[in-house]
Design a protein around this ligand. Structure first.
Ligand code: NAD
Length: 226
């Protein structure tokens, strides 16, 4: 029987790459995002990641269980404590990055089969102070904390809770707004492939609760646990 993966943020750059890769491996793919992903086996469109919408996702999925659940949702805005839009930018980052991680954790508690894996996406930049991007930094640092807490959650024992902390992903959006060098950016397919290994073979997974920095230098990607 095919295995199931749920990708929260499954219509974004990384999320779509994950959906596509798992699909080629014969997995059923469930995308949950503000926008539909028509490549996924099942696509659930939500208007926010608040409690009522996430509980609606559960009712749409019915008795479906998943073997892997990955949060690839998020976004980025900068802004320090003196920025004119300080409050808006912080709220936006909490809504995009933290709320999606919180929702994915909730769904993991309800849907993840024993032996499965839940992966949340943090950011290496949030492992140190982020004075110029307060909202982004606190939302990702809180996500790192959530990953560690999932690893200590009795209801998830027997499964793995992991974090990926990318530096720069090679996305269309980054190519539009940032200069290279592109050989220091991580190809989305590589990350998707690593997530597939962890999902498909528990022996390949880092220790439960690991935060794994994903960094590419001169086209070589490394995965280092911190
Ligand atoms: P993206 O902007 O291409 O896609 C993000 C997706 O998340 C979008 O489809 C969006 O609709 C969805 N989304 C946002 N908030 C949501 C919410 N609350 N509920 C449901 N869906 C929501 O992003 P990406 O570049 O693919 O990045 C993927 C992840 O990697 C994000 O968590 C991002 O913060 C993180 N990250 C990215 C980079 C990078 O260089 N792009 C670097 C470090 C970390």
């Amino acid at each position: 029987m095919s295995k199931n993966v749920l990708v929260f943020g499954g219509s974004g750059s990384l999320g779509s790459a994950i959906v596509n890769l798992f699909k080629t491996k014969g997995w059923n793919t469930i995308s949950v995002d503000f926008r539909d992903n028509t490549n996924a086996t099942q696509s659930v469109s939500i208007t926010s990641s608040n409690e009522s919408e996430v509980k609606r996702v559960l009712s749409v999925l019915g008795s479906t269980k998943v073997d892997s659940i990955i949060c690839a949702a998020g976004g980025w805005v900068g802004g320090s404590i003196v920025a004119d839009d300080y409050f808006q930018s912080v709220q936006k980052m909490l809504d995009f990055n933290l709320s999606s991680a919180v929702a994915t954790a909730f769904l993991a508690g309800k849907l993840l089969n024993t032996g499965g894996v839940v992966v949340l996406t943090g950011a290496k930049s949030a492992t140190v102070p982020t004075a110029g991007m307060i909202g982004y930094g606190i939302s990702k640092a809180a996500t790192h904390h959530l990953i560690k807490s999932l690893a200590e959650t009795p209801e998830l024992s027997g499964s793995s809770s992991l974090g990926i902390l990318p530096v720069t992903l090679d996305t269309p959006s980054n190519r539009q707004y940032m200069p290279g060098p592109y050989d220091d950016w991580t190809p989305l397919e590589e990350v998707a492939d690593k997530l597939f290994q962890w999902s498909n073979d528990s022996a390949t997974r880092p220790t439960n609760g690991s935060l794994v920095v994903v960094e590419t230098k001169k086209n070589v990607t490394t995965y280092s646990t911190i």
